[in-house]
Design a protein around this ligand. Structure first.
Ligand code: DC
Length: 232
């Protein structure tokens, strides 16, 4: 049966994770949220008092061998582990969000995460979302989507999502944080957030989640029917 890799990139809170997860369910593919991996590394840095500005590649290697990051699917939901500790909740804390762009900019961190991500794609049948999936992790992914939405729409969505979890957040500070993170992620030297030349833009500002999912699934099915998805 043909299987493809679907790479979904885009700025913070553009709806990538929700969309990618639902697409993976419709296609019966594995879903990987790579942002969660960088969040887990950030959590390790915070717990161990490591300064991302000063850490050396040798210290990163040592840290990641002591505290290996892995993903496990449990009841169809991705869980993030540091060694055998499930940190899926902790990695969403505001302190992690505030620090993740600095940690994700460290080349030795990226190298390790990209290696893990590429290993997950060996058998295809994968939907992966992040910032560099179509450019660096899987440059030959069969379907690349670059999801965008205006910052205010993204902040509003994130606010509703957090309120749904019982957390009150101020819209303006959320908007500022999202814009700041986009700036850092797009301007770092190693693998900045940018659209792959062959990625299709999906502007989700005025789309429902169902519309976004259908848009991607119909393109994926189109590739599978025309045989552009590779045979495994
Ligand atoms: O998708 P997210 O907001 O959970 O991602 C958290 C951070 O991780 C984001 O600000 C940038 C970084 N990231 C990255 O650099 N490369 C990826 N492939 C995914 C996320």
């Amino acid at each position: 049966m043909k299987k493809i890799i679907i790479a979904i990139d885009g700025p913070a809170a553009s709806g990538k994770s929700t969309t990618a997860r639902l697409v993976s369910r419709k296609l019966n593919y594995i879903y990987v949220d790579t942002g969660a991996m960088y969040r887990a590394v950030t959590f390790i840095f915070l717990e161990n008092g490591i300064d991302p500005e000063k850490v050396t590649p040798a210290e990163v290697a040592d840290l990641l061998s002591k505290f290996p990051v892995s993903l496990k699917i449990m009841d169809s939901v991705q869980h993030v582990f540091i060694a055998d500790r499930d940190v899926s909740e902790e990695i969403r804390l505001p302190e992690v969000t505030r620090n993740v762009s600095a940690v994700a900019a460290i080349p030795s961190v990226r190298k390790e995460m990209v290696k893990l991500q590429q290993a997950m794609g060996l058998e295809k049948g994968l939907v992966m979302d992040g910032r560099d999936i179509g450019t660096i992790v899987f440059p030959s992914a069969e379907l690349k989507v670059f999801m965008i939405a205006d910052p205010a729409a993204r902040a509003k969505r994130r606010q509703l999502e957090m309120e749904g979890k019982g957390q009150q957040v101020d819209f303006d500070s959320l908007l500022k944080e999202i814009e700041h993170r986009d700036f850092l992620d797009s301007n770092r030297e190693d693998s900045p957030l940018k659209q792959a030349e062959d990625a299709i833009t999906l502007d989700t500002s005025n789309l429902t989640i169902d519309q976004q999912v259908d848009w991607i699934v119909s393109r994926a099915e189109g590739l599978l029917v025309t045989g552009n998805g590779s045979q495994v």
